[in-house]
Ligand binder design. Structure first.
Ligand code: HEM
Length: 140
């Protein structure tokens, strides 16, 4: 969203659909090859079973919507998308590192990189709760 009518949305500042699709292509290619990410068996299986193109489409559409572009994401919300897998805080950090590296690698300016990472990181708790890393496992 914008602060005022004059401020371009993050979607616009990242180059719209084409700019975001290019970023997500780099990110997903990096994640597919990331040895640390693939240590999580759910990630490894997803990489084996799902086509890379479909996942690229999903994260591109998600990013378009979240940065203030048109509504076009057809997938599950972030809790539903991850509730059938288990993951740790380390698994989250591995992906967050790749997001940061991709934004830098692709030359996204610091302000826009920060805003995108703020959106991404706002789902950290949702992800950790859905995947069990933050579920209360203490015995009463
Ligand atoms: C804000 C952060 C994240 C976003 C935006 C995101 C995005 C997505 C999207 C769009 C899907 C597909 C949803 C659908 O098919 O309806 C998905 C599924 C999946 N994501 Fe994420 N993801 C995030 C974090 C993570 C992290 C940190 C991991 C691994 C450590 C991960 C692993 C997976 C796996 C394994 C699936 C497939 C789940 C299944 O099909 O049951 N995601 N994610």
């Amino acid at each position: 969203m914008t602060d005022s009518a004059d401020t371009p949305t993050l979607f616009e500042r990242l180059g719209g659909v084409m700019g975001i699709a290019n970023l997500m292509e780099v990110l997903v290619n990096r994640l597919w090859e990331n040895v640390s990410a693939n240590r999580n068996p759910f990630v490894h299986r997803m990489h084996d079973v799902n086509g890379r193109a479909g996942f690229m489409f999903m994260v591109t559409a998600w990013s378009i919507e979240e940065t203030g572009g048109p509504k076009c994401y057809p997938g599950r919300d972030m809790h539903e998308a991850h509730v059938n897998m288990t993951a740790s805080e380390h698994d989250w950090d591995v992906v967050a590192l790749e997001v940061a590296a991709t934004l830098s690698f692709c030359g996204v300016a610091p302000q826009e990189a920060k805003e995108y990472q703020d959106i991404f990181n706002s789902y950290r708790d949702t992800f950790l709760e859905a995947t069990g890393a933050k579920r209360d496992t203490s015995v009463a």
